[in-house]
Design a binder for this molecule. Structure first.
Ligand code: MG
Length: 388
């Protein structure tokens, strides 16, 4: 009996077609190598597929002159293939390069569509379970006209019309055979597939999956990417300090005469501590005690603005700014109302933000609990950080 190794599992590959010289977008470089939000268009496109479940092989079809660029963007396991005279010739080169592999399904994608989403990739792969070929598209919603000499000559019925996108998805053997048989000049792989008699299923595309063609497309793509990177962080803080001997309290950076003082390791500014912890919380950076340990004598009696300035600095360092914050002081005395505006001013000065982003308000606890018995002051704070 001879032992044979088990047959290799069928693989799914993606062919990214980027061999064109498209200069219509401006910038002097073929569009797929131009910068989009800090990296080449193709880096976005490759990343979309590199992290997509179900795809095990990545083929980049490039112009012979672009070999160094292509090599810089790809990984050793990726396949680099030189493009041909036309798009169809480029795709055929890539298919031929896969002919002796275990690839059984293939997605074919325009390199200049960098915003393709993981949901669309998953829909295309799923479509191949029930179809030999599938292509994403969006139904036309705008009216269609035929124009002549700058005037509307006719209205064209848009029923049944679709805007074609990629990635187009195929079972490998039939699409390879279709390309080998095609005489040339196809606009896309659907045309090649249909010429070979393959049925192509339409799958719902994505509005954001635009093909970068002219300069305005880059601006739109950057706006979409910015929106995707829009991260908001919120945090809350709570603090309590007990009353003790003294003749003033510090609250939100303001010194207020009082019949008692607040006991604490630092200046015991309970409001500023709650706000500082809200900022650390938004950043998942612990609390004041983590950054300024009470066991460290250098922070004994420290002014709390040091803590607040540190927390807001940490937020800035991570690319955030304060959208707003809201501090609530809970006590019977001293009365906060007369000092609230000064507290807002002081907090906004320390954090270097406009006063209208800083709220300070107060409540009593209706004489209930430790604040009601005037044993101490409690403070709550909320902060929202947004991209700077
Ligand atoms: Mg405290």
């Amino acid at each position: 009996m001879t032992s044979a190794s088990p047959p290799a599992a069928p693989e799914t590959a993606v062919i990214i077609v980027a061999a064109g010289r498209g200069l219509r977008a401006g910038g002097g470089l073929p569009k797929q190598w131009r910068d989009l939000a800090g990296r080449p268009v193709l880096a976005h496109t490759l990343a979309a597929f590199r992290h997509a479940p179900g795809i095990s092989r990545l083929i980049l079809v490039h112009h012979p002159d672009d070999r160094p660029h292509a090599a810089a963007l790809t990984q050793p396991e990726d396949l680099l293939v030189e493009g041909g005279e036309s798009r169809a010739a480029s795709v055929k080169n890539a298919l031929e390069a896969l002919a002796s592999t275990h690839v059984s399904r293939v997605l074919i994608h325009d390199g200049a569509r960098p915003l393709v989403g993981c949901d669309l990739i998953a829909r295309m792969l799923a479509a191949l379970d029930g179809a030999v070929a599938a292509a994403p598209a969006l139904a036309l919603t705008d009216a269609l006209w035929r124009g002549a000499g700058g005037r509307v000559a006719d209205t064209v019925a848009r029923d049944g019309l679709w805007r074609a996108q990629t990635p187009q998805a195929f079972h490998f053997t039939p699409i390879l055979a279709a390309h080998r048989a095609y005489p040339g000049g196809a606009a896309d792989d659907v045309e090649v597939a249909r010429a070979a008699g393959l049925d192509v299923t339409i799958v719902e595309g994505e509005e954001d999956n635009l093909k970068l063609t002219v300069a305005a497309d880059f601006a739109r793509a950057e706006a979409i990417l910015r929106g995707r990177g829009m991260e908001f962080r919120s945090g809350n803080g709570f603090d309590v300090h007990a009353f003790g001997p003294g003749d003033h309290v510090w609250l939100c950076g303001v010194k207020i005469p009082h019949t008692q003082g607040l006991v604490g390791h630092s200046d015991a500014d309970v409001g500023m501590h709650a706000l500082t912890d809200a900022l650390y919380g938004a950043l998942a950076q612990g609390d004041i005690g983590r950054h300024f340990p009470p066991s460290d004598p250098q922070w004994k009696g420290a002014a709390s603005h040091i803590f607040l300035a540190h927390a807001i600095g940490l937020a800035r360092g991570r690319g955030f700014r304060l959208a707003n914050c809201d501090v609530t002081l809970i006590c019977e005395h001293p009365k906060i109302g007369p000092h609230a505006a000064e507290m807002q001013r002081e907090l906004s000065r320390i954090m270097e933000v406009d006063m209208d982003r800083v709220s300070v308000k107060a409540t009593t606890s209706e004489r209930l609990g430790f604040t009601g018995r005037e044993e101490g002051i409690a403070a709550l704070a909320t902060a929202l950080l947004v991209p700077a």
